[in-house]
Design a protein. Sequence first.
Length: 94
Amino acid sequence: MVNRYHVTIFATCFAIFFAGLIFLFPSLNTFLFSVEVIIIPIVYYLGYELLLEDRENKFDEIIIDIEDEIDDLERENLKLKYRLKRKSNINIKS
């Protein structure tokens, strides 16, 4: 399960990695910085898309559980109505 802290930590580690590469290879600093500036927003975007998908899946599970509970309650309500009707018919005949 991905949460927002995982996304932030991953992006931060990625930035630190590129900062280290820029320090180790000063001749490539413009290139590495450009790559970093392009990739970090993509990392955040993909991470938050994963978060949204995870939340959507959890929401769908909750909705399915609620629908199942509603079906069970409706079924129980019909049984009780049937019993009440049957009981009232028995009382009328007596």
